[in-house]
Design a protein around this ligand. Structure first.
Ligand SMILES: [Mg+2]
Length: 393
């Protein structure tokens, strides 16, 4: 059974409803319109992965750009599914070779398929995926709650509630208007008191290096732990990093291991935000982590507000990757039947696609210990939220 190859690939375009609007600079579409990938072996054992595709997501002046549900479905069904069928799911390096030989780019499509292969391989071997990545260095993943671009009173209420539920780090989306951003940070610091860690993410929103530096200097009085992606471009990040005391975090500028080499050479950031998707899957994300570690760069795991399917991969990776020492901006994936009215911390969707809720204790998600990704996919729920299905093989 351990060697049973991938026999079929099935794609589900889903639409999972959000509880509230969550926006950041540059985002123009609702979250939750993603693509799920199911791979199955000849015995019918299945693994699941997710491409949390956003057309507005990208970086480095057009070097990187998002996918859409349509492009992801097209690339997987036309090129990638045929390339990986027949390959044992545990042959991850071979799966990457086959996918990269077939078509360049499209890291989100490749990540979804690779994550599904990892899930299936774990089930075939009877092991959780973090064991396939080298084992768990941590069993609790602290959660940063992200406050989107919303009004002052709403942000204060949401942040205070998240903190009351145990969250210790709040990320504030900025990069819109310097005066508004400075006021928002100050008001949240006043609301939450001195002991909660605050950070800001501009999503490349400041127009110039000078605007970013001046704005950060005004916000700095509120004691911020890092300044995430103030402007677009590794060279411009380096200019900001030279001008401020707090560490800069690279997100839109850091997709793969090669980017981290550039970031280290140019001293553009002391922190890199790793995703399971930007580099094209867990195997590639471990490469990013290895380069970051060698360069003395610390990391968090960040994502695109995945559903529980993709978020399980975030947790498996965050547990195994050595330089991931910061709290992670990952959801606390919770199916509707387990949601309590009024709870906000890390819960972005009205429902979720996994059979059990993630366990959120003292501001951290406990690493699920089941085989594969740790918690089973809820196939009935997935069918319920599916708006298009494509079967290959
Ligand atoms: Mg970010």
């Amino acid at each position: 059974m351990a060697e049973s190859p991938i026999a079929s690939v099935e794609l589900h375009r889903i639409s999972l409803p959000t509880r509230r609007e969550h926006k950041w600079s540059g985002l123009t579409e609702p979250l939750g319109g993603y693509v799920l990938v199911k791979v199955a072996d000849e015995n019918g054992v299945a693994g699941w992965g997710e491409a949390p595709v956003l057309k507005d997501w990208g970086g480095e002046f057009g070097r990187y750009f998002g996918e859409t549900p349509g492009t992801t479905i097209s690339v997987i069904s036309q090129y990638l599914a045929g390339a990986v069928c027949g390959c044992p799911p545990g042959e991850i390096a071979e799966i990457h070779e086959r996918m990269d030989r077939m078509i360049k780019g499209f890291p989100y499509a490749k990540a979804a398929l690779e994550i599904a292969a990892y899930d299936l391989a774990g089930k075939q071997c009877g092991l959780p995926v973090h064991r396939l990545l080298g084992g768990a260095l941590r069993r609790k993943i602290p959660v940063t709650h992200s406050i989107g671009l919303i009004g002052f009173e709403q942000a204060e209420r949401e942040a205070a509630q998240a903190v009351q539920e145990g969250v210790l780090t709040i990320k504030i989306k900025v990069g819109v208007d310097p005066d508004r951003d400075v006021k928002m940070v100050r008001r949240l610091r006043d609301t939450l008191g001195p002991h909660i860690a605050l950070c800001v993410d501009a999503n490349c929103g400041y127009r110039t290096v000078a605007e970013a530096v001046r704005t950060f200097r005004r916000m700095e009085q509120s004691n911020l732990i890092y300044f995430e992606q103030p402007v677009e471009g590794i060279e411009r990040l380096a200019e900001v990093a030279r001008a401020i005391d707090a560490p800069v975090m690279a997100d839109e500028s850091a997709w793969n291991a090669h980017d981290v080499i550039q970031i280290a050479e140019k001293r553009a950031a002391q922190i890199v935000s790793i995703y399971t998707t930007k580099p094209g899957g867990l195997y590639r994300a471990m490469e990013v982590a290895a380069v970051a570690r060698a360069a003395g760069i610390i990391c968090n795991v960040n994502g695109s507000v995945e559903t529980g399917i993709g978020n399980l991969a975030n947790l498996q990776f965050a547990a195994a990757a050595a330089p991931v020492v910061l709290s992670c901006v990952v959801p606390v994936s919770t199916p509707a039947q387990a949601q309590s009215p009024g709870k906000v911390a890390g819960i972005y969707y009205k429902d979720d696609l996994i059979a059990e809720p993630m366990r959120f204790v003292d501001g951290a998600i406990e690493l699920p210990s089941g085989v594969g990704m740790g918690i089973a996919a809820d196939e009935e729920k997935i069918r319920h939220y599916t708006i298009e299905t494509v079967k290959i093989g």
